[in-house]
Structures are given as C-alpha cells and as structure tokens.
Design a protein around this ligand. Structure first.
Ligand SMILES: [Zn+2]
Length: 468
C-alpha cells in the first residue's frame, strides 16, 4: 500500500487509545505480591510474638502492627474513633481453690471431693437434673439447671457439651471422674480454667462451670432426689489490674454514604504459649489466624490503592476470638458505624492451606446456603464454594457469628477447616502454603471491589439467619 500522510493521524489516534486502555487496565489490575504476604506472616507468626495470646500484650503488639499497616496503606480512622484500635475491658477471674458444692445436706469440697475444671469465676446454683450425655446435647432445661451426667463420659464429650448446655441455660455441669478426666486435669497443673470474658458479659459464651466428681462424692450426689437445689460456691481473688483486648480497625470511605459499608475481618489472636508438643510451646497460629489477618491487610492494601469505591469498607482484625469471639462481640455491641449500614461481612480464617475436599484454588465459605452472598460473589469470579463440613458447624465457630446474630449477612471464608496443624504448635510458617494463600487473596480482590461498587445487597434466605 502506498503511504498516505492521512493514514498516520488515524493510526496514531488508534494507537494512543489502545496504549491508554492497556495502561488503565494495568493500573486497575492489582497484583498481590508473595513477599507482602510472607512479610506479614514472618512478623505475626514469629516466635517473637509468642503466639498472640487472647487479650495479652502480644495481641496488643499484633493490633499495633495491623494499625500501622492500615495507616501506611492510606486507610482512615473510622468516624467517631480517634485512632485505629478499639480496646475492650476483659474480666479474667482468679480463684483461690476453695470451692464447695452444697445440695440437700451434702457438702463437698474442691480437691477432696471434686475437681473444678472450668468456672465462670462466679458462684452458681440451680435445680439438679440427671441425664445421659446423649440427651444433654439437645436438652431443654429450666434456667440455671445443674446437669449431672449419668454414666461414663470422655473428656471430648465434656468439652462438646458445654456449648449446647450453656445455650440451653444450664449453670453447671457435673460429670463422674473416669480417670481420663482426672489425668487431663493433672496435666494442666490441677488449675481451674476460668475463661476470660467481656467486662459486661453476663455469661461465658459457650463455656460453663464444670465439676469432675470423685467416685464417693458421685455416689452421694446420686442418692439425691432430682430437682434438689445445688449451689456451687467459688472464691474469687480480687483482680490486680484490668486486662484488655484489642480490635484493629481501618476505614476506607466510599463516595456514596448511603450505599452502606462492607466489613472485612479476621482475628489477631491465637493460643499464646501452651502445653509443649515435641519441645515446642509456642502456638504461632500462622494459619489461625495470621493468614486471615494477612488477607484483610492485603485486601486493604489493594482497595486503598485503587480508584475510590462507592461503598465504604471497614477492615477489622479482632482480638480474643480464641477466647469466645470476644473482640467481635464487643465490636457488634459498640460498632463504630451503625450495624444497619453493614451490607455484608466476610471473615477470613485459616486460608494458609487448602482443603483436599475443595476444588483446586477454591476457599470454602461457611453457611453457604444461608444467604445469597457466596453464590453471588462466585458468579463475579470469587473462588468460593460451599463448606464440605456442615457437621463441624464452622459457621458458628468464628467472628462472623457474632455479627450474624445481630442480623448482618456474615460468613467466614477458609482454606481448610480441619487442617492437621489446627491448634497445634506446628501451625507455623513452615506449614503454610504461601502460593495458595497469595492466590486466594488475589482471587478476592476484584469480586470484593465489585461488591463495594455494586448495588447488590445480600440477604439471608428464609430461615438462614441464626437465632440466639
Ligand atoms: Zn481462628
């Protein structure tokens, strides 16, 4: 073809339009760099952080790290907050070891007649009920009932019964010593566990006062009539100084204040220092939940660097999840933005390795069938799918639940719920699948950006919202 000077401007225009659109696409596409993911994990899951125990100084340091990263990414403090950290007072009862149980003329003493395995730190009383462990799991009770389990029971069952019984209103659980329970109690130094709780909480969420009765004491109690009143009295040592838990909160204001806010969350804390396994006593929690915290950080990084979003996004890393979702419960009770304005909550838990039951690269979303959030995000490219372990009730076992109880459409995205390192000291950096984790975070950037720019308002399916 003969060269024509008139061709040039046209070609030139087309070229610049093309070049500009490539540049825009590059600007729009965000790459989560593996070294950023690794850097958060190297810090949060390091031995120096001592396992980020719930409501400890280590948790406060982790919250400070997250807050400082939020600041660096350009997130704002939430309206009404003067900084990036919300702190909540925690009660951490200390007992003097002289509990007694009184019922129908029988008086039993801690140590001689029973071991007080778990206590709320408060004395409790109620009517005696006897039932099998099987019936106790689904019992309807009178408020304050003291439930005595008939027949042998293993330690796992005792632990599993605490949650349904406390929900059903029981005040104490009495179980016979099977040898195994006594042995386990010795292993923890014969020290009563007194779960921490929020200062204003009326009960230990999901936990309850539990006594292991020695054989003679068991027989004496067994002779009492059902419905006898039982009182378990404990003596609390006055606290030395208040303890706090910490939520790190960053805010990305949207362009349309009436469009609502997306809440992206994880938890900062893990189990701290605990029983050594193979000589390792630091429960690093690299997967649970430094991995989720890393996801929140890198989603904040990505979204803050991009064009302004229509909806606001609130990024929260909670404290004290491992102690009964205390940070998220407090957040739900003292939300910095009205709960009604929260369009959806995605919690990230344990995204550091992939479940072999899930398709390659896909995260499980707890409570998938309860709302239209998961399926809609999936339709917009999110690598999310239904949780293959409904019997594990993961939906109820993370921070999303505290918000879901308040009506917010809230789910948890996880890599592998039943990973072998779960709550072990080897949940550490060496056991993370960093490429999977990086890809998982990357896969969520555009679907979350879409959600933050859309008018889509997720809803519970009928009966999907959990009831207290
Ligand atoms: Zn967790």
């Amino acid at each position: 073809m003969r060269y024509s000077i008139r061709m040039f401007p046209k070609f030139c225009t087309a070229f610049f339009v093309l070049a500009a659109s490539v540049a825009m696409a590059q600007q729009g596409a965000w790459t989560v760099k593996p070294e950023w993911v690794r850097a958060h994990e190297e810090y949060l899951a390091s031995d120096a952080m001592q396992g980020r125990g719930s409501a400890t100084h280590d948790e406060e340091v982790a919250a400070t790290y997250v807050a400082s990263e939020f600041l660096g990414y350009g997130l704002k403090t939430t309206p009404g907050m003067s900084g990036y950290i919300q702190s909540a007072e925690i009660v951490s009862p200390v007992l003097d070891g002289h509990a007694t149980l009184m019922a129908g003329g029988v008086t039993l003493s801690e140590g001689a007649d029973f071991d007080l395995v778990t206590s709320s730190g408060k004395s409790v009383s109620g009517q005696l009920l006897r039932m099998t462990a099987h019936d106790a799991a689904s019992a309807h009770l009178t408020a304050g009932a003291v439930v005595m389990i008939d027949g042998p029971i293993d330690a796992n069952t005792v632990f599993r019964l605490q949650r349904p019984l406390s929900r059903a209103g029981a005040s104490a659980l009495l179980v016979p010593d099977t040898g195994e329970l006594g042995h386990l109690f010795n292993m923890v130094g014969s020290k009563t566990e007194t779960p921490i709780r929020l200062k204003d909480a009326t009960s230990m969420y999901g936990r309850m006062t539990t006594l292991v009765l020695h054989t003679d004491a068991w027989s004496r109690l067994h002779e009492l009539a059902v419905s006898s009143s039982v009182a378990v009295s404990v003596h609390e040592v006055p606290p030395v100084k208040p303890r706090m838990t910490y939520n790190a909160i960053g805010y990305l204001p949207g362009t349309d204040a009436s469009a609502g806010t997306i809440l992206l969350t994880a938890h900062l804390d893990h189990l701290g220092i605990g029983r050594p396994v193979n000589g390792d006593a630091i429960y690093n929690g690299a997967n649970d939940d430094a991995a989720g915290t890393t996801a929140v950080l890198e989603l904040a990084h990505a979204l803050a660097a991009g064009p302004r979003l229509k909806r606001s996004v609130l990024f929260v890393c909670y404290g004290s999840e491992e102690a009964g979702e205390l940070g998220s419960t407090y957040f739900g009770q003292h939300p910095p933005v009205p709960l009604k304005s929260l369009v959806a909550n995605l919690e990230f838990e344990m995204i550091g390795s992939q479940d072999p039951k899930m398709p390659k690269g896909v995260l499980l979303l707890t409570g998938w069938e309860r709302s239209n959030l998961g399926p809609t995000l999936k339709a917009h490219g999110a690598l999310l799918g239904p949780d293959p372990y409904p019997e594990q009730r993961f939906f109820e076992r993370s921070d999303n639940y505290a918000l879901a109880l308040q009506g917010v459409v809230a789910h948890t995205a996880a890599g592998w719920g039943t990973v072998p390192t779960y709550h072990q000291p080897n949940d550490d950096l060496a056991h993370l699948d960093l490429p999977f984790m990086t890809a998982a975070i990357q896969s969520l950037v555009e679907p979350v950006r879409w959600l933050a720019n859309s008018d889509f308002k997720p809803e519970w399916v009928p009966g999907g919202q959990p009831q207290r």
